[in-house]
Design a protein around this ligand. Structure first.
Ligand SMILES: Nc1nc2c(c(=O)[nH]1)N[C@@H](CN(C=O)c1ccc(C(=O)N[C@@H](CCC(=O)O)C(=O)O)cc1)CN2
Ligand SMILES: [Mg+2]
Length: 305
């Protein structure tokens, strides 16, 4: 039987609706409007698209959006000074520095300069430590979105075998911590893992986050398993023809070979329209959570891990 397709676009819309409801209540009952500051350094075209989308969606759910666009040559000192200013600004409840940063900037240093309570990306070392020890933290948006979708499909994840392929700080590691928090038996696999196909075949849940186009074929998937594809890779699509400038057209694919995996899996996220839209929805959710925490108010239910 063909897999159930997990519609991340539709799911993200329900998350945004919940966020908008909380924002409206914060305004009505407490006179507070959550604010999100997004910092973009340089002109990376994909980052520009994501930042524009973040600003637009922030405003659509009723929050204040503060965009800071700095040129590619901005010094570390100037970027740190801006973060300092945002850390102390009471109208700003969430701060996000769009990644990747230009090469001359030290990402760790910059991220760790953000007030952990405003770190809506959940990348600050304090939040990493809190998540790793099962304490209340800000949770990275992409893994949080994956967790929400998995809970929606399965209800309880307790006792399930989960394999996370990829060990990045942004997705693989926090994803593994979240699955552990939901009582899965978790394996983190990566480029050096021996017998990767057999490791993946044991899994009830496969989260692929390696950044290698269509790397996971259907015959690695246990029948009925749930496949969450975090990859967003652009590949040539000669079947679509050429652009006006003569270059070959492209298309987006994930880290799993969708067609073959969908024939075996019980449920699967598509690319595009799966995990990607959940990332920004969870950013909005984290901003409301940060705002509630900053004001000593109860946290919104269903929007945190
Ligand atoms: N500070 C951060 N930087 C980056 C993050 C992040 O969470 N925080 N994640 C990515 C980029 N990203 C958000 O910033 C992001 C990536 C993809 C999508 C998305 O919706 N993708 C669509 C396809 C988009 C397309 O057509 O190109 C999809 O998968 O359907 C949203 C957000 C790196 N940087
Ligand atoms: Mg760097």
């Amino acid at each position: 039987m063909a897999a159930k397709v997990i519609d991340g676009k539709a799911f993200a819309a329900t998350v945004r609706e919940k966020v908008a409801g909380h924002v409206a209540r914060l305004k009505e009952e407490h006179g507070i409007t959550p604010g999100l500051a997004v910092v973009l350094v340089g002109e990376d075209p994909a980052s520009q698209v994501y930042v524009r989308s973040k600003g637009k969606q922030t405003v659509e759910v009723g929050m204040n959006s503060y965009e800071h666009k700095l040129d590619a040559g901005t010094s570390e000192a100037d970027l740190l000074a801006l973060i300092d200013q945002l850390n102390t600004d009471p109208a700003v409840h969430g701060i996000l520095v769009q990644l990747p940063l230009p090469k001359h900037l030290n990402e760790d240093l910059v991220i760790n300069a953000i007030d952990p309570a405003k770190d809506v990306d959940g990348f600050h070392i304090s939040n990493v430590g809190l998540l790793g020890t099962g304490q209340k933290s800000m949770v990275p948006c992409t893994p949080l979105g994956c967790l929400m979708m998995l809970r929606d499909v399965h209800g309880s994840l307790s006792g399930m075998d989960a394999v996370v392929i990829g060990r990045s700080n942004i997705v693989g590691k926090p994803m593994a911590q979240l699955l552990l928090g939901d009582s899965c038996t978790v394996t983190i696999a990566h480029s050096r893992t021996k017998d990767l196909p057999d490791v993946v075949r044991r899994a009830d849940i496969v989260v692929a986050a390696v950044g290698r186009p269509q790397m996971v074929p259907g015959d690695w998937i246990k029948p009925g398993a749930t496949v969450i594809d975090v990859g967003i890779n652009r590949i040539d699509a000669p079947e679509k023809g050429q652009n006006e400038d003569g270059s070959v057209k492209t298309r987006l694919v994930g880290d799993v070979d969708y067609d073959s995996c969908a024939q075996v899996a019980g449920a699967i996220t598509p690319v595009p329209g799966g995990v990607g839209p959940m990332t920004i929805a969870c950013l909005l959710a984290n901003t409301v959570t940060a705002c509630c925490r900053a004001n000593g108010l109860p946290e919104p239910e269903g929007l945190t891990a």
